[in-house]
Design a protein around this ligand. Structure first.
Ligand code: GAR
Length: 193
């Protein structure tokens, strides 16, 4: 990706559900002197609650259902190129992008994952963390590579798990830190380009 030269980076945020991280990114980047401009919101799920933020912020949304991954990804790549997207931020996007998509997009793709990677890759992280009686958990922002939840780590934030923690309380705690962690990690990533 080209170095920053005062220009905002055209960004697409991908979601599948609630979209609280999307909401926080929109809030963060609506300031005039911010690094990014969120131009596109993509979802594989037309019922994703988070799509409401596209409407509220007048950001273009694009839904493709991934039933045929190959077809969806092809259409999506076209859309991303048409909108001159230079960065993708996955924010609760629950589909795995193919190697072909990652290679063809050619630009950085970031993801936020609710665990201290490399621990607890994949799904149901909070459930597994509680079951294993971990003392700490957290969230990680990393570059997306062709291996699931395995790309270079940009930033992590750790939290302590209390004796009384359950899946729900842990999810809530982690979401709260994610809303600050993602913009921080994006900044770190961009200034180190
Ligand atoms: C977030 O906790 C995010 O880290 C996680 O889904 C949640 C989405 O919440 N992502 C993954 O599990 C990706 N493997 P949100 O829709 O409210 O932003």
């Amino acid at each position: 990706m080209e170095k920053l030269n005062g220009k905002k980076i055209n960004t697409a945020v991908f979601i599948s559900g609630r979209g609280s991280n999307l909401r926080s990114l929109i809030e963060h980047y609506k300031k005039k002197n911010s690094l990014l401009s969120i131009k596109l919101i993509v979802s594989n799920n037309r019922k994703a609650k988070g799509l409401i933020y596209a409407k509220r912020s007048k950001i273009i949304k694009y839904v493709t259902n991934f039933k045929n991954k190959n077809v969806s990804e092809k259409k999506l790549l076209k859309k991303l190129f048409n909108h001159k997207i230079n960065l993708i931020c996955l924010a609760g996007f629950m589909k795995i992008l193919s190697e072909n998509f990652i290679k063809k997009f050619k630009k950085p793709i970031l993801n936020i994952h609710p665990s201290l990677l490399p621990k607890y890759k994949g799904l149901n992280t909070h459930k597994k963390v509680i079951k294993n009686k971990e003392k700490f958990s957290g969230s990680t922002v990393h570059l997306v590579s062709t291996k699931l939840d395995s790309g270079k780590i940009i930033l992590q934030k750790k939290i302590k798990i209390s004796k009384y923690e359950n899946e729900k309380t842990l999810e809530k705690k982690i979401l709260k830190i994610e809303h600050e962690l993602y913009p921080k990690a994006i900044k770190k990533f961009l200034i180190n380009l």
